[in-house]
Design a protein around this ligand. Structure first.
Ligand code: GNR
Ligand code: NI
Length: 171
């Protein structure tokens, strides 16, 4: 199973809006398997298809300690959100080494399909709630740095462009 390349901010493809999956078939199951492998290899707690340049509504996550309980969410929709908000530090595999605090709903209930195409609901709180909201943002083309001030975002953009340029020079 191949690992997939992760797009890096400010790649404009990260702002693509994903379309719903119309059939959970072997092609989608292969994508899910490759995304899980890529997420574990990158030591992430989640990965959205958008980040691997596939613009369909597919998310994989694993917020467990042991990291062998992958969660697959296809066509996820938030069906309930808490009025209570929570501020938590976030990072993103598409914005490596950048961490900052983002306010999100403390709890969400998400309806989705699993990799067999069966519907289920996820009641998320804590890191799982943060992660599923972060991943669902990716599916509508939103990266967490867009919640930060324009000043911080510009600084991050410049830093990321410089780092990519330095890496290319070294390669
Ligand atoms: O690995 C990740 N860690 C993380 C930490 C706090 C809040 C959100 C995340 S998601 C991130 C992986 C990623 O970029 N998913 O899109
Ligand atoms: Ni991310």
């Amino acid at each position: 199973m191949p690992q997939l390349a992760i797009l890096r901010y400010p790649d404009p493809r990260l702002h693509t809006v994903a379309r719903p999956v119309t059939a959970v078939d072997d092609r989608i199951r292969q994508l899910v398997a490759d995304m899980i492998e890529t997420m574990y290899a990158a030591q992430g707690v989640g990965l959205a298809a958008t980040q691997v340049d596939v613009h369909e509504r597919v998310i994989v996550m694993d917020t467990s300690e042991e990291r062998k309980a992958p969660l697959v969410l296809i066509n996820p929709e938030i069906v309930e959100r808490s009025a209570e908000l929570a501020l938590a530090e976030e990072g993103c595999l598409s914005v490596p080494q950048v961490y900052d605090r983002v306010e999100r709903h403390a709890r969400v209930r998400v309806h989705a399909l699993d990799r067999e195409g069966r519907p289920f609901e996820l009641d998320a709180q804590g890191l799982t709630a943060v992660c599923v909201q972060h991943e669902m943002d990716h599916l509508v083309g939103k990266v967490f740095v867009e919640y930060l001030s324009a000043f911080k975002r510009d600084r991050i953009r410049t830093k990321m462009l410089k780092r990519t340029r330095d890496e290319q020079r070294r390669a």
